[in-house]
Design a protein around this ligand. Structure first.
Ligand SMILES: C[S@@+](CC[C@H](N)C(=O)[O-])C[C@H]1O[C@@H](n2cnc3c(N)ncnc32)[C@H](O)[C@@H]1O
Length: 194
């Protein structure tokens, strides 16, 4: 228990430091709560062989919940822009494919993996899309659309809790949307499909 509290405090301190260094890109002052991470993790693909692509994993709060919900570590691909955070994630999740890079290049980054991945069963994104222009968010939405399997889900959280649709999702259908109050700040999890 004490170990878990120390780890949580260390993650929160690291997160805050990265936020101070680059607030717009980090997008939040603290890692997601276990409640928000659990709400994101409910939407894993049914096929255990399918890959899951996580965008903006940060210190791994959502990553851990995905694995606790049954995702095989070797089926997880995560793209994190911040090199320090990517390094930490590699230590924490040694069998996952942790890529230090830009989510907007996801197509190239997936193709460059040793076994070249062309489709994924779910995209789980914590990217701070509100800090990006609408056209940029739509361009990312298009790339997510191209890589998702036909029944795949794109799960995105946002702090703009009064909007059910996330920025960039205009060509997707909305499958579900709910507010998670137990998070700092409260967040809305929305799920999209093609
Ligand atoms: C709001 S934090 C979420 C972190 C973590 N998933 C959580 O929920 O606690 C957003 C994360 O997205 C990352 N990020 C921002 N822009 C990115 C980009 N273009 N490509 C990949 N990651 C990015 C940030 O470095 C940060 O770790």
């Amino acid at each position: 228990m004490a170990k878990k509290i120390i780890a949580t405090l260390a993650d929160s301190t690291l997160f805050l430091r990265e936020w101070i260094a680059n607030p717009l890109r980090t997008g939040s002052v603290a890692p997601s709560s276990p409640q928000l991470a659990a709400a994101m993790s409910k939407w894993l693909p049914k096929d255990p062989e399918s890959y899951v692509l996580e965008l903006g994993p940060g210190t791994g709060a959502v990553t851990l919940a995905l694995l606790e919900h049954g995702l095989r570590e070797d089926r997880l691909i995560a793209i994190e822009h911040n090199e320090n955070l990517a390094k930490l994630l590699r230590k924490r999740f040694p069998r996952a494919h942790i890529i230090a890079g830009d989510a907007w290049k996801l197509d190239t980054l997936l193709a460059e993996l040793p076994h070249s991945v062309t489709t994924v069963g779910a995209v789980i994104s914590s990217l701070p899309l509100l800090n990006f222009k609408l056209e940029e968010a739509e361009a990312l939405g298009q790339k997510i659309r191209n890589v998702l399997e036909p029944h795949g889900n794109w799960v995105q959280y946002s702090y703009r809790i009064h909007h059910r649709r996330s920025r960039g999702s205009s060509t997707f259908k909305l499958r579900a949307s709910k507010i998670v109050w137990l998070n700092l700040p409260p967040a809305r999890v929305s799920v999209f499909h093609k």
